[in-house]
Design a protein around this ligand. Structure first.
Ligand SMILES: Cc1ncc(C[n+]2csc(CCOP(=O)(O)OP(=O)(O)O)c2C)c(N)n1
Ligand SMILES: CC(=O)[C@@H](O)[C@H](O)COP(=O)(O)O
Ligand SMILES: [Mg+2]
Length: 653
């Protein structure tokens, strides 16, 4: 049976149903594009309401998406979508309409553009602010290969534009002499409201009479140019002079970086967009078109509460009611909320505590502290590197910073952690939310690598709570004066296990694990939340007469060596469980301990394997990666049936 057969009820509109690729779109008249936009928007609403995914961002670029595929010769001309959470319309127009209901599902379409999925997806995305660099690379390659007619377009949001990477790319694009068009999709929103001086600058450009005059003059000039013909160099130069002359009056940031700036224009006016893009195609060199759009456009509730409708989950498209699971008993809270509420409790008692998030106040729940203590908790924009070094700077002044960054986004700030935090041994608390397999966002967002990439850095303390109480106690421990090193606390997306989570604080001795259960013959060593999978497996195995011991190490670094000596003296069969990479992770740390101490045992390491893990529900992926309760039971059963320690084991000296 077709696993997505439920989608048969969702029908694309009469024009959209015949658009199997952009060629079909390009055969339509300009007048028909209004209807295409309407149908595309409706199809996104129909599918996302039932199947989930990102929502507001794609609604906001419906007109832009249609205009881009109408004007440009995709896939020969190349479109690079920044982040890619707004590319649903692009997917639907480029041959994936009927498969779109499988979006973000196990085995289905990726929620982001992905090169292996379609020739129209020119660059794999998910993390923000890569589009200008990637597009510039493509444009430079086209120039080098003599493909003068090839156009490259980067579409980047105002939120993504705040990142250092975007500025690095702009700095290069201005002098690279390549045909790259950057479209700045300005909706004044990141996931939460966009922040920073750039946001204010963009608002100024959009509202200032001087800029509006410039814009009108430019379009008048463009309007005089022959439609359907390419500009001559002379005409382009004249236009450039004119624009520069007018814009320089207000010293345009992008013009200063040697990019021709056009706009701002209404990004929901499809006719205007098509006209402007057609003109832009003929203008050589690097240029930037600033468009103004509304996130969630066309779905009133999404326009009104844009953060909530960034990725709302399933909802009733008619009433707008977001479906919530209803449980008869109190459910455990999300780890992120335990973090958010606990930080306020700690900050109320410790005036040195500050909170930092790079653009994820809602996702990390730092918003609770930002609302309550606005002078002590800050959203710094999509700027993970800055967030890390800013935290280091604050720490030099004796402040206790909780810098909350999703595990996969922390990859951006690796050098800052090494150079600015670890080498200087600054006691910044790095809270890594979304550690482990995050689910539907897939490989770009899985928090797979942090144990491995942080474990090799001297001075780091690396911990992972098995439940809410442990998270609170680790946070409490991290801010004590006696803690003098960088302190990582990693925890997963979603709920923990303790409905009654608000437990009294207790300091945890750094590097101390805990024995949860004595056993026979085999011990399970776990780190973090997957310890609950181990506990569930152990409960089931009891019925089979198997009694593994269970140790929650709490810290990957420093390891509880005393506890490990106890373990290796008693058990000769070991299963390690983690939601990080098998290579270089927690299990590897245990193997190192064994090697260093000459222990001999059979060891099985369960965790994320050495390959790219795709998207799906977390439980599906944990099962595929074989570290869920079922896999742990399997591992225990198979190891218990082995009599003799394998020759692969370590020989005790
Ligand atoms: C490096 C990185 N940090 C954070 C995120 C999380 N994130 C995804 S979309 C988004 C907001 C992007 O805002 P913008 O570029 O303006 O796009 P919009 O959603 O407004 O269309 C954020 C913060 C990310 N994808 N990558
Ligand atoms: C596109 C993107 O990067 C974010 O929207 C991300 O999907 C948020 O993830 P959470 O839902 O885990 O906050
Ligand atoms: Mg935005």
């Amino acid at each position: 049976m077709d696993p997505y057969s439920v989608n048969m009820d969702i029908k694309p509109g009469p024009l959209l149903k015949h658009i199997d690729n952009p060629e079909n779109l390009r055969r339509l008249s300009r007048e028909q594009l209004h209807q295409v936009c309407e149908e595309l928007r409706q199809y996104i609403i129909d599918v996302v309401s039932v199947h989930g995914g990102h929502f507001g961002a794609s609604l906001g670029v419906v007109e832009l998406t249609v205009a881009l595929h109408y004007v440009f010769n995709t896939p020969y001309d190349q479109l690079v979508w920044d982040v890619g959470h707004q590319a649903y319309g692009h997917k639907i127009l480029t041959g994936r309409r009927d498969n779109f209901p499988s979006n973000r599902k196990y085995g289905g379409l990726s929620g982001f553009p992905k090169r292996s999925e379609s020739p129209y997806d020119t660059f794999g995305v998910g993390h923000s602010s890569t589009s200008i660099s990637a597009a510039l690379g493509m444009a430079m390659a086209a120039k080098y290969k003599g493909e003068r007619d090839r156009q490259v377009v980067a579409v980047i949001g105002d939120g993504a534009m705040t990142a250092g990477m975007a500025f690095e790319a702009l700095n290069h694009a201005g002098v690279a002499d390549s045909n790259v068009l950057i479209i700045l999709n300005d909706n004044c929103m990141s996931i939460d409201p966009n922040v920073g001086a750039l946001k204010e600058y963009l608002t100024d450009i959009s509202t200032s009479p001087a800029y509006n005059r410039v814009r009108d003059d430019v379009w008048k000039l463009l309007g005089k140019l022959p439609v359907g013909k390419h500009f001559t160099r002379e005409m382009a130069a004249k236009l450039e002079q004119s624009v520069k002359g007018l814009v320089s009056k207000s010293s345009n940031l992008f013009e200063s970086l040697k990019l021709r700036y056009f706009g701002p224009i209404d990004g929901h006016n499809i006719t205007k967009l098509v006209d402007v893009l057609q003109d832009m195609r003929s203008i050589p060199g690097p240029k930037l078109l600033h468009i103004l759009t509304v996130k969630g456009k066309g779905y009133a509730l999404a326009e009104k509460d844009q953060t909530k409708w960034h990725a709302p989950g399933l909802f009733d498209k008619v009433t707008g009611e977001i479906h919530k699971k209803h449980f008869p008993t109190p459910q455990p809270p999300k780890y992120q909320d335990v973090f958010g509420h606990t930080l306020i409790e700690l900050a109320e008692a410790n005036p040195a505590i500050m909170g930092i998030t790079p653009a994820m106040p809602s996702g990390s729940s730092l918003k609770f502290m930002m609302e309550k203590m606005p002078n002590r908790a800050f959203d710094v924009g999509i700027c993970e590197q800055h967030a890390a070094t800013l935290s280091a700077g604050l720490a030099t002044q004796g402040l206790r910073v909780f810098c909350n960054i999703y595990s996969s986004f922390m990859q951006r700030a690796y050098d800052q952690v090494v150079h600015d935090i670890a080498i200087q041994k600054l006691p910044v608390v790095l809270c890594l939310d979304r550690a482990g397999l995050v689910g539907e966002d897939g490989p770009t967002h899985h928090g797979a690598y942090d144990i491995a990439y942080f474990r090799c850095i001297p001075n780091m303390i690396i911990s992972a709570p098995m439940n809410e109480q442990e998270l609170r106690n680790l946070m409490y421990t991290a801010q004590l004066d006696s803690t003098t090193q960088p302190f990582v606390i990693r925890y997963p997306r979603g709920e923990g296990v303790m409905p009654e989570w608000k437990t009294p604080f207790q300091a945890i001795e750094i590097g101390k694990g805990r024995k949860l259960r004595d056993g026979q013959e085999l011990a399970i060593l776990s780190i973090g939340h997957p310890g609950n999978f181990a506990a569930a497996a152990i409960r089931d195995l009891k019925a089979e007469g198997l009694q593994p011991g269970h140790y929650d190490l709490r810290f990957v670094k420093p390891l509880d060596e005393e506890l490990l000596h106890e373990v290796f003296r008693k058990y000769k069969k070991i299963v390690t469980v983690e939601d990080g990479t098998v290579k270089g992770g927690f299990g590897s740390a245990i193997l190192e301990f064994m090697a260093e101490n000459g222990y001999k045992a059979d060891v099985r390491i369960l965790g994320i394997p050495d390959r790219i893990v795709e998207h799906g529900k977390p439980a599906e992926l944990q099962h595929e990666c074989a570290y869920d309760a079922e896999a742990i039971k399997e591992a225990v059963r198979s190891m218990m049936s082995i009599e003799v320690v394998s020759t692969k084991g370590w020989e005790k000296k």
